[in-house]
Ligand binder design. Structure first.
Ligand SMILES: C[S@@+](CC[C@H](N)C(=O)[O-])C[C@H]1O[C@@H](n2cnc3c(N)ncnc32)[C@H](O)[C@@H]1O
Length: 192
């Protein structure tokens, strides 16, 4: 497994990250009908803003945000009452079957190595557990602009086209419940 991609950009962005993301507001994702479950993990969750937007926190007894970047985690700790864990999404520091729902919003292309990430999802999710993935759509016009923006910032992002994301999910035993593609995003909800 190669080393993690350079992550200094998020160290610089961390203090202003949540403010910048006001430009990309999230609703509560109601249309996704995310299952209420005992344990939810926000993978590459940074400051935890997607976890806050995606779920009704009251529905989850255990709310964990894992990220490689400690500056992002520190910002999250100041604002949100979740468990913030430093770690690599490709080698998760959790026991088998630890979570019922994993969110990965705008993180998979930063993490890279999707096969390793999906192998870990398989391991740490309970049977019947769900994954919600939101990624830029590198084939849409808005997604192409976002992609250029990340390259301009020197990020070593690895984008998947929608067919690749679906194929990887299926190859790793996820049943795709919903899949949506817009000019900017692709969103997948799958169950083990
Ligand atoms: C664009 S941010 C998204 C943060 C959050 N999910 C959100 O929606 O605001 C991408 C995050 O992925 C994290 N990341 C990159 N590589 C990672 C890895 N190997 N393991 C865990 N997190 C990683 C970065 O540190 C960064 O916080």
């Amino acid at each position: 497994m190669p080393d993690s991609p350079p992550n200094w950009q998020f160290t610089l962005l961390a203090p202003v990250y949540d403010w910048l993301m006001v430009l990309r507001p999230r609703g509560k994702f109601p249309e996704w009908n995310l299952p209420a479950a005992p344990g939810v993990l926000d993978l590459g969750g940074g400051t935890g803003r997607s976890l806050e937007a995606a779920v009704e926190p009251a529905n989850f007894a255990e709310k964990v945000v894992l990220d490689l970047n400690r500056a992002m985690l520190r910002q999250g700790q100041r604002r949100r009452n979740y468990d913030f864990v430093a770690g690599d999404a490709r080698r998760l520091p959790f026991a088998d079957g630890s979570f019922d729902l994993v969110l990965a919003c705008d993180s998979l292309h930063h993490i890279g190595d999707p096969d390793d990430v999906f192998a870990e999802l398989n391991r740490i999710l309970t049977k019947g557990g769900a994954v919600f993935i939101e990624e830029f759509n590198p084939q849409g016009l808005s997604g192409k602009i976002a992609k250029l923006g990340e390259y301009a910032l020197g990020m070593k992002s690895h984008f998947l086209v929608p067919e690749q994301l679906k194929d990887i999910a299926r190859a790793n035993n996820f049943k795709i419940e919903s899949f949506e593609v817009t000019s900017l995003y692709q969103r997948l909800l799958g169950y083990l």
